[in-house]
Design a protein around this ligand. Structure first.
Ligand SMILES: [Fe+2]
Length: 317
């Protein structure tokens, strides 16, 4: 299991429609603190479905989502040729491989985020994990950059960066360092961590506002911060296939261009708002669950209640 280097939340894509189905073993409890353990919700928008038998027996085909801009739109900072290979070959390969791997298995029919969590298997990864993680990571990466990107964020995002890293410049230094020092293939991330201890996916029993903070983490291969229940806000792909055609082995130059000319701070800000709203929603759910447990406990200890009719009492006197 890969522990985050620095104490660091999901920005699941907003989807308008969901199917919900009851979970049976072995998935019950695996999602644990990611949300309701009893139900999973999956987006209908991005998938094609083949219903087999019953409400949960469906076959999902993951689709290759195109970057949200033309393949030459990031030039001269990221070439069309790089995108043709990176998106058109590598990203496509992960999608095709996962669809072949997952068909007919118990994971078939789960949304991508759940395939990632389940197949991460607390660090002892299952065969589907790498392809599933890489699909999610690449979708997230393409949306992390844009033509005319770079510069500096503003508003709540900038305030939080300055609070948690000291300054924007210190954050950039930390992010660049994480990206440069990830040995071999992997990713660097800015993520929002809410109510999570720095130990596995443990829930903080005494959360405070200071626990909700931005962190920089790096991950090897296909791992992403979803496996720690953090909400990713920004990522850079530091697999060689991401930069070799444009920068050869000069990873540091690729990272600098990414930060100065490509980052979409609008996307990062939107993800932060979603992550904060999610954290608040989960705190409310947690508070409601605790209250229900306490009420159930109290009613158990009170025993059977007896009611006496006052009229009956006066008649006997
Ligand atoms: Fe990549």
């Amino acid at each position: 299991m890969f522990a985050p280097a620095v104490p660091v939340a999901t920005a699941p894509s907003a989807t308008p429609k969901f199917l919900t189905c009851a979970l049976d073993s072995p998935w019950k409890g695996i999602r644990g603190n990611l949300g309701s353990a009893r139900t999973l919700r999956w987006p209908m928008k991005e998938r094609r479905w083949t219903r087999k038998v019953g409400p949960c027996k469906v076959t999902a085909i993951f689709e290759l989502k195109p970057p949200p801009y033309p393949l030459n739109a990031l030039e001269p900072y990221m070439s069309k040729e790089t995108l043709e290979y990176h998106w058109g070959k590598h990203h496509r390969g992960y999608v095709e491989n996962l669809n072949k791997q997952i068909v007919g298995t118990e994971l078939d029919g789960l949304p991508l985020e759940d395939v990632i969590i389940v197949s991460y298997n607390k660090g002892d990864v299952l065969p589907y994990f790498n392809n599933a993680g890489q699909i999610w990571n690449h979708d997230f990466f393409w949306e992390s950059i844009k033509p005319g990107g770079g510069g500096k964020p503003s508003g709540d995002l900038l305030e939080l960066i300055e609070r948690d890293f000291g300054s924007f410049e210190k954050f950039v230094g930390e992010f660049k360092s994480a990206a440069a020092t990830q040995f071999g293939s992997g990713w660097a991330w800015l993520a929002y961590k809410a109510n999570r201890l720095d130990v596995g996916n443990a829930v903080n029993p005494n959360p405070s506002d200071e626990d909700k903070k931005l962190v920089v983490v790096k991950t090897p291969n296909a791992v992403n911060p979803l496996v720690w229940d953090y909400s990713p806000l920004l990522t850079i792909d530091v697999w060689e296939h991401a930069y070799y055609l444009d920068f050869q082995n000069r990873r540091a130059d690729y990272i600098s261009i990414f930060m100065e000319k490509l980052v979409s701070w609008e996307a990062v800000s939107s993800r932060l708002e979603i992550a904060k709203a999610r954290a608040v929603g989960r705190e409310k759910e947690e508070a409601m669950r605790k209250r229900e447990q306490e009420e159930a406990k109290a009613s158990e200890s009170e025993g059977v209640e007896m009611y006496v009719d006052k009229n009956d009492e006066s008649e006997t006197e």
